[in-house]
Ligand binder design. Structure first.
Ligand code: ASP
Length: 439
């Protein structure tokens, strides 16, 4: 068995946390490939090293003095090195970083140093080989992640090693210049490493004991999800459920490697298993609920729209021409509605409206703003009658008006559109009916 272990920023924020990580890794000899984040927050109100690096580089880029800020970053690492009684020095590394900042090596380079330095410390602490991610994670000339080349480079390097630390979050272009993934991207690195070494499990260690059925900021003490499929997770992650970066699923998914979300502060907890498929029945009919605020709907009316071939394409073309992606397109006989992110849409709304008129010649267009979308996700819904009925009666009971309903053909999710103001109440009503009262 081979296991890849990725540790998030809070798991590596201090020497004390590092020790817990060391214990976890040493407790299982199959944990041989480790992916660290940069040191995160040690306490409420603390600053993540990644954010310190961005702020420090901003100063460097605008030609201001950044010595103090770089010193504060250095102290974060020194505190860890001293706390672990390691005999390493980051002097040369910080000299290089200072020079690169002065030479304006770029924001991505700056942010990547968080993981890079933490990787050096972790490798020294564990006695594993350090593998710079810039040499094994590749981006193409458009800045897109190059999965094929990465897999080849990563395999060539890691197959020759018994144990290694590969820092998360960044890689490089073919010319060696550093590029990062989006925030939280160390999760993706962990997944890439797991794919390359054909791991049996990708353990993702964080500060919660797994994925929760609903957002704890909305639901008090929500239940943990024991097992979730990649597809369910994708739906939930896309709709804003945190814990794992939404793109982290792809590399392991192609190899059928399960992800186990674990808690560094409670290693005895089993956490959540993310799997390709399972015969395990979910505990409740629904696996999870997630949602996002900030959508608007563009409602288009035209008599006999249903018989006009190509109408939908023309409407969507107006969105495409303005570079706006759409979320959902529910339709009626003479109506069609397009949901888009309000932030993207707002600045271009009149261009889109005139575009629709020019391309599709509708009778009227009406825009509604401040909407939220809620995804109720669950593989158990497929075989259970009345799920939709229960959702809607729960919402009616708490006086929430449903503005849109969309059920994917996979019967894996039901998407509901409500007013932003009803968002929390709606999620609570759905959680209560399926989980609290276990109906
Ligand atoms: N350190 C990076 C961030 O804060 C990446 C990561 O932690 O995954 O976003």
């Amino acid at each position: 068995m081979k296991k890849v272990v990725k540790f998030g920023g809070s798991s590596l924020a201090s020497a004390e946390q590092f020790k817990k990580v060391g214990e976890i890794i040493r407790a299982d000899k199959e944990r041989k490939f480790a992916v660290p984040s940069a040191p995160g927050k040690r306490f409420d109100g603390d600053t993540k090293v990644t954010d310190m690096l961005y702020a420090c580089y901003d100063l460097a880029e605008s030609g201001k003095d950044f010595k103090e800020q770089l010193k504060a970053i250095r102290e974060r690492y020194q505190e860890i090195i001293d706390g672990l009684a390691l005999k390493i020095s980051l002097d040369d590394e910080f000299k290089t970083i200072e020079k690169q900042f002065k030479d304006k090596a770029g924001k991505d380079y700056a942010a990547s140093r968080g993981e890079y330095l933490n990787g050096i410390i972790m490798a020294a602490y564990l006695g594993f080989e350090f593998v710079d991610a810039a040499g094994v994670v590749r981006f193409d000339e458009n800045g897109d992640f190059d999965a094929g080349t990465t897999n080849e480079l990563m395999q060539a390097r890691l197959n020759a090693l018994d144990a290694a630390v590969i820092p998360g979050f960044y890689g490089a272009y073919a010319d060696g210049s550093v590029k990062t993934f989006s925030r939280g991207g160390s999760d993706i690195t962990g997944s890439i490493v797991a794919r390359a070494i054909k791991a049996d499990v990708y353990e993702n260690w964080t500060d919660v004991s797994g994925f929760l059925v609903a957002d704890p900021r909305i639901i008090d003490n929500p239940e943990t999800i024991e097992t979730i499929t990649y597809r369910e997770l994708r739906e939930l992650a896309y709709m804003g459920a945190g814990v794992l970066h939404e793109d982290a699923i792809f590399p392991v998914r192609s190899e059928g490697i399960p992800i186990n979300i674990r808690n560094t502060n409670a290693p005895q907890d089993e956490g959540t298993w993310i799997v390709e498929s399972t015969c395990q029945k979910p505990k409740y009919v629904i696996t999870g609920i997630a949602g996002k605020k900030g959508f608007c709907s563009v409602n288009i009316e035209k008599d006999s729209m249903n018989s006009e071939i190509g109408f939908g394409r023309k409407v969507l073309q107006a969105f495409e021409e303005n570079g706006i992606s759409f979320e959902h397109v529910p339709s009626g006989i003479d109506t069609m509605t397009v949901f888009a992110h309000q932030d993207d849409f707002m600045h271009k709304e009149q261009k889109v409206v005139s575009g629709i008129h020019r391309l599709a010649d509708p009778d009227s267009i009406d825009i509604e703003a401040d909407l939220a979308l809620i995804a109720v996700v669950g593989r158990g819904m497929k075989s259970t009658r009345g799920t939709a009925g229960r959702i809607f009666s729960a919402l009616a009971h708490v006086n929430v008006n449903v503005k849109m309903i969309d059920q994917g053909s996979s019967e894996l999710n039901i998407i509901i559109g409500v007013a932003n103001a009803d968002f929390e109440v709606a999620i609570k009503a759905i959680y209560d009916i399926f989980v609290l009262y276990q109906l």
